[in-house]
Write a protein that binds this ligand. Structure first.
Ligand SMILES: *Cc1c(COP(=O)(O)O)cnc(C)c1O
Length: 355
């Protein structure tokens, strides 16, 4: 069945191994982030087999999919108040920034006879989740310990996700100092000081993570072997863990430029076209923006050009390819971060696992 995404589990395993060795060397534990592949347990299992002990996902539903896996599960988006019970059940720990929610989750955990581990988020400039009033964070740190079914597990920061503020040693030293004070407020040292995502890898490799920070939450780094500060691929990693195959439903010679009066697309943008001549071999594939993201996708065949996609048609120019394409044949695409996320979210895309 097409379209289908092929998951190269062997290459993923190698990526995890490489990344874990790099982090081990710096005394940093990895929380393996699973949201890109929708918490698919067959993929998350590789993280655990390679020695990771903590899994993080932004959706409780994905944690639920992984409930039979042994690792410690973190909810890495502040929980919805409306999902306090599910959070208490399926997450062992969560990144928090609202006292009201912490109380609600802890209360549900108490009813279930479970313990909830609280990681408080500090916003150090990205203006996404987390406390900007650090005194308030410290007050909450002390109050968490008063809840019978909750403990203060750690502190965390997230950067380079909304404002694309880069992590640096100074910011992480600030986090470590806050963690020290939060530990004093809670009456015990904190186990986890989580210094960010794959955007912190570059700083780590340069030896810039200060003492006191001991964890990173990694998705992109593990899956694509890429750090997100300079967007470099790390040596010893594979970039082809996720490949998508789609089927050609039309193949015709057509002009490169459209004809008629041009309007705007659904985002209000006027499309632009490159004149490559009046006769180009164009393929239409049965795949659309519902299933992938054209901007984070690269054809495996260097002679194939992605022209664009609508919600369920992908337009390619295959004129310069050395391969023979035909209707009913397929085209292979290498998927990046957002494209992989969409492929896993789309029910129209079959998932195939290669060992
Ligand atoms: C998505 C996410 C991560 C993982 O980010 P990568 O760039 O894929 O490593 C880490 N922490 C939080 C809070 C996230 O939302």
């Amino acid at each position: 069945m097409y379209p289908r995404v092929m998951v190269n589990l062997g290459h993923l395993r190698q990526n995890v191994r490489t990344m874990k060795a790099l982090c081990d060397e710096k005394g940093i534990s990895i929380t393996g982030v699973t949201k890109v592949f929708r918490g698919d347990p067959r993929i998350a299992k590789i993280f655990l087999e390679e020695g990771l002990t903590m899994l993080g996902d932004s959706r409780v539903e994905n944690l639920k999919r992984m409930k039979d896996l042994p690792g410690e599960k973190w909810l890495i988006r502040p929980p919805m108040l409306s999902e306090a019970a599910a959070t208490a059940r399926f997450a062992d720990a969560a990144l928090h920034s609202e006292w009201e929610v912490i109380q609600a989750v802890a209360e549900q955990a108490y009813r279930m006879g479970r313990q909830h581990k609280v990681i408080l988020m500090a916003d150090l400039g990205d203006i996404r989740e987390g406390y900007v009033d650090y005194e308030e964070l410290l007050r909450v740190a002390a109050r968490v310990e008063s809840l019978p079914a909750a403990t203060l597990y750690g502190l965390g920061v997230n950067l380079t996700c909304f404002s694309f503020i880069q992590p640096d040693t100074e910011k992480l030293e600030q986090l470590a100092r806050l963690a020290q004070k939060a530990g004093e407020a809670a009456g015990h040292p904190l186990q986890i000081v989580s210094g960010g995502n794959s955007a912190t890898l570059d700083l780590m490799l340069r030896g810039g993570i200060p003492a006191g920070v001991n964890d990173l939450r990694l998705g992109e780094g593990l899956l694509f072997g890429r750090e997100r500060a300079k967007y470099q691929y790390l040596p010893g990693t594979f970039q082809d863990v996720f490949t998508l195959e789609c089927e050609i439903v039309e193949l015709k010679e057509k002009p490169s430029l459209p004809w008629g009066q041009v309007g705007v697309d659904s985002y209000g943008h006027k499309p632009e076209f490159v004149d490559r001549g009046p006769k180009r071999l164009k393929a239409v594939c049965a795949l659309g923006k519902q299933d992938f993201d054209p901007e984070t996708t690269w054809p495996e065949d260097p002679g194939v050009l992605i022209l664009g996609a609508s919600s369920d048609h992908l337009m390619l120019d295959v004129t310069d390819s050395r391969q023979e394409y035909r209707v009913g044949g397929t085209v292979r695409l290498r998927l990046g971060y957002f494209s992989t996320m969409r492929a896993f979210t789309s029910d129209y895309v079959e998932k195939v696992y290669l060992d």
